[in-house]
Design a protein around this ligand. Structure first.
Ligand code: FHN
Length: 417
């Protein structure tokens, strides 16, 4: 992959991360946009601040759940759109240390995940429904024009941007090495230099030169000469981009699809629409087969626990990853055409055939006649007889399909180059 993406080497190796949306909104338990959707005033939302007491918060348990799933990094909301800070910020009173929690929840998260060997990322909302100088409140309305609630107020948006920069500086100064800064989100003309994004990214890079930043500050990461703040990876949401992500010259751009495990980012008491382990595995394989990562979200409850159903699914995915992770970590797209029966991932001259829809009879490996030296079923290491281009051997289907490790010196180059 070209030099521009060097910072993302570890990220493209890791392929699979945990997204964590957690904050006051876990108390109403109707998702992280509850304040906007239900147009809750500061006063109506205030009780959640006074009540927030996550007595079961144990970030080490979160880290172990991520590890059990085979996730290599995590991104936790330090501040979501409601403006509540999980970290002990000097620039606001609206923070976890001033609630009954009385803890710097971010400090504990960083220590726990690092201790468990995972890389740590911070999500930080550009939008802030609590700050007096951030005029957009509730719906995604334009802050400067349409908001009569602020029309005659002397809001000073630049003062909010100063606050944003000061808090980001706290986050990348006070918690040691941070691996990812995940901003969310620019929209309409609220993008780029509205956030003084060049100044912000230069600050971040001066203090943490190895950190990677998503593309939601604005700009266009697909340009061959992008804005300073265009980011190190593209961040599609709730979708695996059909053809992966390429720049204006058709060259691969690092990307990460963020996906919910159920239908909400933040905790929702009535959310039963969980994806199955098979759906998660197939989405992860699809991301990697297109040179991308997957950031799979959990929404802990108000007491600080990841919902049991989420943990169950993560554990089941981890069972698959323990046997087949070699076909994910460090892998990327193959130049072979997508086979009818599933997907390929590749790492150098190791080709991994993810057989999802086996059909009847042997497997056909189009374009590989005479090129497969040996085949092993990743799940148990057993040999598969190969009479290319047919796979004559039978094998047991696993829940997410059989995974065959094919090697051969003349295999087509992988495309993650
Ligand atoms: O509005 C947020 C949403 O709550 C959530 O944080 C997602 C995660 O990527 N980002 C925004 C919607 O695009």
């Amino acid at each position: 992959m070209n030099k521009r993406w060097e910072r993302t080497d570890w990220f493209r190796e890791a392929r699979f991360g945990m997204f964590i949306h957690w904050g006051l909104y876990a108390i109403p338990a109707r998702g992280e946009w509850v304040r906007s959707v239900e147009k809750l005033s500061n006063e109506a939302y205030e009780p959640y601040f006074r009540e927030f007491r996550p007595d079961r918060y144990d970030p080490r348990a979160w880290a172990r759940a991520a590890k059990a799933a085979g996730q290599q990094y995590a991104v936790l909301t330090t501040k979501h759109h409601d403006g509540f800070c999980l970290f002990d910020s000097e620039f606001t009173d609206y923070k976890a240390t001033n609630t009954p929690a009385q803890r710097d929840l971010i400090k504990e998260y960083v220590e726990a995940f690092r201790d468990e060997g995972l890389k740590v990322g911070f999500y930080y909302s550009l939008i802030d429904w609590h700050h007096d100088d951030y005029p957009a409140y509730g719906d995604r309305i334009h802050p400067m024009r349409d908001n009569e609630a602020y029309a005659n107020r002397s809001i000073q948006f630049e003062r909010y941007v100063d606050y944003l920069h000061a808090q980001v500086k706290e986050l990348i100064t006070n918690y040691g090495k941070i691996d990812i800064m995940w901003f969310d989100f620019s929209y309409d003309d609220m993008t780029g230099e509205k956030w003084r994004a060049t100044e912000l990214v230069n600050l971040i890079r001066s203090l943490q030169p190895d950190i990677i930043i998503d593309n939601r500050l604005g700009g266009d990461i697909k340009k061959s000469e992008p804005e300073v703040y265009a980011g190190d990876f593209y961040s599609p949401e709730q979708i695996v981009p059909p053809g992966g992500i390429v720049d204006e010259n058709g060259l691969h751009v690092p990307w990460e699809a963020c996906i919910t495990l159920n239908d909400n980012w933040g905790y929702h008491a009535k959310d039963y629409a969980y994806k199955s382990p098979k759906q998660v595995v197939r989405a992860l394989v699809e991301c990697v087969s297109k040179n991308g990562n997957m950031l799979l979200n959990v929404g802990p409850d108000a007491r600080g626990e990841i919902p049991a159903e989420s943990t169950r699914i993560l554990s089941s995915v981890g069972e698959w990853m323990r046997r087949n992770g070699e076909s994910i970590y460090g892998c990327g797209a193959s130049s072979l055409p997508k086979p009818e029966w599933g997907r390929y991932t590749q790492n150098g001259n190791m080709l991994y055939a993810h057989v999802f829809d086996r059909g009847i009879g042997p497997i056909y490996f189009q374009g590989l006649k005479g090129k497969i030296k040996k085949a092993r079923l990743l799940a148990d290491g057993s040999e598969l007889k190969v009479s290319t281009p047919w796979m004559a051997e039978h094998y047991s289907d696993t829940e997410s399909g059989a995974f065959i490790h094919l090697t051969g010196a003349e295999l087509p180059d992988d495309m993650d180059t």
